[in-house]
Design a protein around this ligand. Structure first.
Ligand code: TRP
Length: 453
């Protein structure tokens, strides 16, 4: 059997996994979920979800991936052949494929906005014009599709280049660039006049706002943001080397991801409050409020406004493309490993399939807006179904699998690199996987469905 490809260095592995985790989930979804759920209290619940459920489940996914040396679609089959557990792997592949479809649409918007920022499309507009601008664009039948295609093609070529030369190399360039841009923008935003109100919104919790919905929202957000619950990181872990420290890698990814989410909040809320914009605009928050914010904040210096807007949308584009790569890789690796397609043929199938889902999601916001399921248009329905149901479910299965099914010597072996590392957190980790995570996830579901009364 030929040796499985792997990341070239441990740093490369961390950056690739962090590249998957850091994305629109941090810069686009986190701020609007925080805005919709009342600010700081949501963030506290979110942090709880990241550290209580997120990190242990991430280590569990790493264990599944590195031990099986297979993508998630084949990992369970490899570890416990002939059982129904393989369906958990398939569920993951399906979930990732669906997310890739609608995620690429939003990723495409970021490219349009880079273009608009560069070509002066934001200058000389009244606040309401940004609303119209966003609506006209996102509801347009064709224009967003062009950018969707661009995102999918970029992703496609990086994935086809392979794990080391495509995924790892691109992450090593894009992630540091992203950190620089985000720190500069946060500083910029916090020094605007009136920024304190935004900081207050982010830092002072109002516990009267904590409803059951906040828990489901925070849990969904934690899974989404950490790329958990569908075997994305488990697929990446199948490319980890023997020496990679799983616990430490999970910790680094968790910290980087949380750091970027909070910094995004520090860019968006102070800036929004500073020009008197409400934080609960929903998914369109960063596309409507921010161009306006930059224009107003730097109204005397149009050049700075332009630089900030370009930087912000470049940041978003970079963050989202390292994530689409990871989503794409899950399906591509699955087709490659399961059906023996070459990687490039597998990638063609994935790219074409996600293009179809992308087109449907994009039209769901425009020409097919009136078509709804349970009151949600198809785009929002896809987001709800994947982030709030399929990911927590997949994460719960991963926890139960590693906590209860997998041989103890393997579970312990993977976190200690078979005796090479100490792992004092091991008992706590197992306890969380066995009890806290499954029970917690079920309770949050039950609560949300109103069964607890
Ligand atoms: N975590 C990414 C973000 O925050 C999105 C993402 C990539 C993802 N891979 C995933 C979400 C797997 C859920 C599952 O934008």
């Amino acid at each position: 059997m030929s040796e499985r490809v792997s990341f070239g260095s441990r740093m490369g592995a961390v950056l690739a996994a962090a590249g998957s985790a850091v994305g629109l989930g941090n810069v686009w979804r986190f701020p609007y979920e925080t805005g919709n759920h009342g600010g700081a209290a949501f963030i506290l619940v979110y942090l709880g979800c990241v550290f209580v459920f997120g990190l242990p489940i991430m280590i569990a996914e790493f264990t599944i991936g590195r031990r099986s040396k297979a993508c998630t679609g084949g990992a369970y089959e490899t570890l416990v052949p002939g059982t129904h557990w393989r369906w958990v792997g398939y569920l993951g592949v399906l979930t990732g494929f669906l997310i890739l479809g609608y995620y690429s649409v939003v990723s495409g918007w970021t490219l349009e906005y880079i273009w608009q920022a560069l070509s002066g499309g934001f200058s000389g507009k009244a606040p309401v014009d940004y609303v119209t601008m966003f609506q006209d664009f996102s509801q347009h039948p064709f224009r967003p599709l062009l950018w969707l295609l661009a995102v999918l093609l970029i992703t496609h070529f990086i994935v086809v280049k392979g794990v080391k030369d495509g995924i790892e190399k691109s992450s090593k360039v894009m992630m540091p660039l992203l950190f620089i841009i985000i720190v500069l923008l946060a500083i910029c935003s916090m020094t605007l006049p009136g920024a304190e109100k935004g900081l207050e919104f982010l830092l002072y919790p109002d516990f009267s706002k904590v409803t059951p919905d906040v828990f489901l929202g925070a849990m969904g957000q934690a899974f989404f943001s950490l790329s958990l619950g569908m075997g994305c990181l488990s697929t990446y872990a199948s490319y980890f080397g023997k020496k990679t420290n799983l616990g430490q890698t999970a910790m680094s990814v968790g910290i980087i991801d949380t750091f970027v989410a909070v910094l995004s909040g520090l860019i968006i809320f102070p800036a929004a409050f500073s020009v008197g914009i409400q934080p609960d605009a929903g998914p369109s928050l960063i596309f409507i409020t921010l161009p306006n914010v930059f224009q107003e904040a730097f109204s005397g210096v149009p050049f700075l406004a332009c630089v900030c807007s370009v930087a912000f949308y470049v940041l978003l584009a970079l963050a989202s493309i390292t994530s689409t790569i990871s989503l794409h890789e899950v399906s591509t690796a699955f087709l490659h490993e399961k059906f023996n397609f070459t990687r490039s043929r597998a990638a063609v199938l994935v790219t074409s399939g996600s293009l179809v889902i992308g087109v449907v999601s994009s039209w769901a916001l425009g020409i097919w807006k009136s078509f709804t399921i349970c009151g949600l248009n198809l785009f929002d329905a896809l987001d709800f179904l994947t982030a709030k149901i399929m990911l927590p479910l997949g994460g719960m299965f991963a926890a139960v699998f590693v906590g209860w099914m997998l041989d103890r010597s393997i579970v312990k072996g993977e976190v200690t690199n078979y005796g090479m590392l100490k792992s004092s957190y091991y008992p706590l980790y197992i306890f969380i996987l066995r009890f806290v995570a499954p029970i917690g996830i079920v309770l949050i579901f039950v609560n949300e469905l109103g069964l607890l009364g």
